[in-house]
Structure formats: structure tokens, C-alpha cells
Design a protein around this ligand. Sequence first.
Ligand code: SF4
Length: 411
Amino acid sequence: MATRITIAPADALQRGPADAAVRFLRPGELRLEALPPLSLYVHFPWCERKCPYCDFNSHAPEGPIPEADYLDALCADLEASLPLVWGRRVHTVFIGGGTPSLLSAAGLDRLLGDLRARLPIDADAEITMEANPGSAEVAKFRAFRDSGVNRLSIGIQSFDDRYLRPLGRIHDGAEARRAAEAAVSVFDNVNLDLMYALPGQSLDDCLRDIDTALGFGTRHLSVYHLTVEPNTVYAKYPPTDLPDDDLAADMQEGIVERLGGAGFDNYEISAWARPGSRSRHNLNYWTFGDYLGIGAGAHGKLSFPERITRQARLRQPQSYMEGALRGDASAESHDLDTAAIPGEFMMNALRLTDGVPTTLFAERTGLSIGSIARAMAEACARGLLDPAPERIRPTDLGRRFLNDLQAMFIG
Ligand code: SF4
């Protein structure tokens, strides 16, 4: 039977992190032979302005960003979490937001020093930082690199002023180009985030953005279909001139042709990489690896020998900082229902074009592959899943109807 244990903020962590660790080690229903690789996610919750389509935990600050206080809070949050990851090495770090490039060079240097002093981070760890063109300068990028950041991910979205304006971005096309140039001049490993199906966008303009991005010679691109998410300004006042489904499908087809022709591999729904440049951090998410999430609103997933837990931190920056300094930044912490685990694994694994080795299911979930055998057989029979036994891999049809395929594994 499924177990669901909610640990209120005032419960385990308030009685001390060691208590919390003991609770997570008590007997459960799963049998994990080994714990998965561990990543660290650090959330920075401020942006210069809130974009109308954005549903991330990002806030326009009312005054100066309280950088020093926030770094203190991150440190306290990490220290309170350490008993949950004792003895585990960190393979990748992702500093996301929000706009973490609003951090000063000294602030970022302190943050990475604080992390390294408390966690065994691999010497060759991928350390990614997100940046936005409005807050991008070569000198700052160099300082970030010298502090240890080795991968930069820039939220370009478009190089065209006509489409950046309705997105509410603070940068224009010229700044987007300058930021991409600055990034590739400093970092070997750069990702550019782009969006398509933007209000009023034509097929030619969409592909021009792709060509412009390719011109910078980056090794990784993330290309997202603009979606109207609940609880955003766009949800309340939807743009009236969004491309229709046919045009959006033509854009998608054009993107596949352009990027495929340029030697990029579409290894995940929205992620494109040249050989050897896949995002190690994101691959850990998609292969159901573990991640400790610290910072306002950060989410985490941690495995223990007999359970898998999900955690979330308090969302509002002020409440988070106060909570973290009291030793209790948790908004939620619960064991995954045993019945929900196969669905969670498959939601992630099926995003990958090559899927995952079949053996990974038992390794990461602590459950037998038999628990999804019937759904797998049905998905194979419908042509959505590759019948080869050694991998769980969506077919081309399965990738086209990914939502339907994923739904087959949700109990
Ligand atoms: S810059 Fe990014 S994180 Fe910030 S509000 Fe805009 S979309 Fe959201």
C-alpha cells in the first residue's frame, strides 16, 4: 500500500536535521540497491522585471536585492540539509532563477566557496549558471568563470525586438546578440534558450532566430514552444495573435531541419546538443537522479534505501530567508506514493529521444520492472514504445504523442 507522510516545517527539521535524517532512514516499501547520482540546484528568486508569460518563482525586487542576507540564508539552508546527503558526492550544480547573473561577482564567488566548503563537489562537476542579456557583461562573465562556473545558459528567447517586446523582456535584439557573443568569448560550454510560436511570429522570423543562434557557434540550444501557463499575466490577458497549431507545427518542423542539418542532436523534447555537449545536470533529472534544491521555492528529490522524497522550500524570498536562518526553510516534504513512482520515472525518461536502459527503472525506483510491464506492452502494441527489451525508448510516434504515452504510466 502506498505511504504518504507529510512532514510539516515545524516537525522533523525543527527538531534538528539529524532527526530528519533518521526519519528518512526508517523502513519503507522500496528497495534501492544504490542511491542515484546527486545534483545540487540553487535558486535565485529575483529578476529585474517579471515577464508576463513566466510561472517561475521569480520576483521583481521592491528595493535593492538583499544579496548578503540571501547568501547567508542559502548557507543555513544547505547546512540544515547536509544530514540528508551525508557521504554523497555532487556531480553537477545548477544556479538558476530568476536571474542569478544579477548576483555580484563577489557574491557568486562567495556562494561557490560556501557550497564547496560544505559539500564534496566533483572536481570535474558541471557548474551551470543562468544569465539574462540585460545583466550580461564580459567582465562579469569572466569573474563567474574564474569562480568556477563552467557552463552558462542565457535566456535569449528571440533576437528580434518585435517579439521580445510582447514577451516583456528587458533586453532587445542587440543586447541579446552582445550577450551571446560575450558568453562564447568566455565559456566553452554555452546554452542559448530560445522560444518559438511567439505572438505575431512568422515561420521565416522563427527560423531567422534559429540561424542567428547557430551563428554564435554554441554547442547547446534549448528551444521551447511558448505556452500560456496558469497564474501568469498571459493567462489573464492572453495574446490574441499567437500562431495557430499548423503554423507552430511548421515552425517545429523547420527547427528540426535546421538544427539537425547543423549537427545538433535533439536528445530531449526541447534540448539540442552537439556531440559531447548534453547538459549533464538536466540529464540527471530526466534519468530520475537525485537533486538537493536550496533557495526560495527550490524543489528537491532525494532517495534513501527504502523511500524517495520530494521537498520544496518556502517560495517568498523574505519568508524563505527568515525560515532558513531559523533552520526551517521547508514548505513541504513528503515521501512519493509507491504507486506514483513509476509514473514519475516514466514522465522523465520518455522525454529522452534515446530513452533509458531498462535496468535503470529498478535501479532508480526500487521497484520491479514488472510494475510497468502491462503498460509497456500496451504502449508497444500501440506503436508508441520501442519493443526492443534493452531500452525503454519512445518511438517517433510516441514522441509525437508524448502526453498520451506518459499518461499510460500514471496510476
Ligand atoms: S527573466 Fe526569466 S525567470 Fe525572470 S521573469 Fe522573465 S522568464 Fe521569468
